[in-house]
Design a protein around this ligand. Structure first.
Ligand SMILES: [Zn+2]
Length: 314
């Protein structure tokens, strides 16, 4: 009897230890399903204003706006914007960011999670006769992670309000991010952090970067603790001004937040052989790495949501 009691006690303790880690996971099946669809040939590389981009938009809307707790910040969850690309001598009208809010349980300060869903579309044919630049890693990966993170927080309400923004026209010069901040419903001071994800699904060294802490070292302290012994390894850097291409401060949408003096963390991997090539496709991502990096990003966001609140209260 004593043995049975101990066995039950052991099982209960084990269950309680495992409970938080069990709960703090993204839906990995959905994560992969999202990426497979968004990077499929039928979306033809999701160039801004293309038919493929329209399909991506509908898919993101379906998966984001049907979640519990989400609220629109713009009519029907879409922020339309227009801009001129001088290099291409082309005016883009009604490009579209898809934006949803999950209100915080403890503060109306805002964390903005971003990922661009556009890519470069159809282009030059490669040796294999492929002309569709699927953009699986860049950036169907970040967009898919954004969707499963929103799903997670719709079931586990965050302390801060979180804005989830799937951004358009990053490849044309961070246009979606800039448009978002030009017409954002809250003052910039209310945003405590931008978390941007762009290329998070593959790396041969099993490493992912959290870039941007150079400007705000308190963020590094939080992330180092959250990501201790993580797989993939969380690395810091690529954010030192004056280091040319090694400096990623303006390499993706977080650059627009940086310009507005909003702290940012950019999650991304170093460039790989399929970067901006038709071979950046579903078959070339590393599924296990992708799942692990999305879970690591969730862990980091949970720590930031918790820890930033403590410092705001001081
Ligand atoms: Zn990108």
């Amino acid at each position: 009897m004593c043995f049975k009691f101990l066995k039950n006690l052991f099982a209960t303790v084990l269950f309680l230890i495992c409970l938080p880690s069990l709960a703090q996971k993204i839906d990995e099946d959905r994560l992969l399903k999202h990426l497979e669809y968004l990077s499929s040939d039928q979306l033809a590389g999701r160039a801004t204003l293309s038919e493929g981009s329209q399909k991506a938009k509908i898919y993101i809307l379906e998966n984001l706006t049907t979640l519990e707790l989400v609220e629109p910040l713009y009519p029907d969850f879409i922020q339309y914007f227009s801009f001129e690309n001088t290099r291409r001598k082309q005016v883009y009208e009604d490009a579209a960011n898809i934006v949803a809010l999950i209100p915080g349980s403890e503060t109306n300060k805002v964390i903005v999670i971003t990922a661009h869903y556009d890519h470069v579309g159809v282009g030059r044919v490669n040796a294999e006769g492929d002309s569709i630049y699927n953009g699986a890693d860049d950036n169907a990966s970040g967009t898919s992670a954004l969707l499963v993170l929103a799903d997670y927080f719709s079931k586990n309400r965050p302390k801060h309000s979180i804005v989830f923004a799937a951004l358009d026209a990053e490849e044309l010069g961070l246009r979606g991010a800039r448009a978002l901040l030009e017409d954002f419903p809250y003052p910039m001071e209310q945003i405590v952090l931008n978390v941007n994800m762009d290329m998070i699904s593959r790396n041969d060294q099993n490493e992912i970067f959290a870039s941007g802490t150079h400007y705000n070292p308190y963020l590094k302290d939080i992330l180092e603790k959250a990501a201790a012994n993580s797989s993939p390894t969380l690395k810091f850097g690529h954010d030192i001004p004056g280091t040319g291409r090694e400096d990623w401060t303006k390499s993706s949408d977080h650059g627009a937040f940086y310009e507005k003096k909003v702290p940012h963390i950019y999650f991304g991997v170093e460039d790989h052989q399929d970067y901006h090539k038709p071979s950046d496709e579903f078959g070339n991502i590393q599924q296990e790495f992708f799942i692990n990096s999305a879970n690591l990003i969730l862990k980091c966001i949970l720590a930031l949501d918790q820890e930033l609140l403590q410092s705001e209260k001081k």
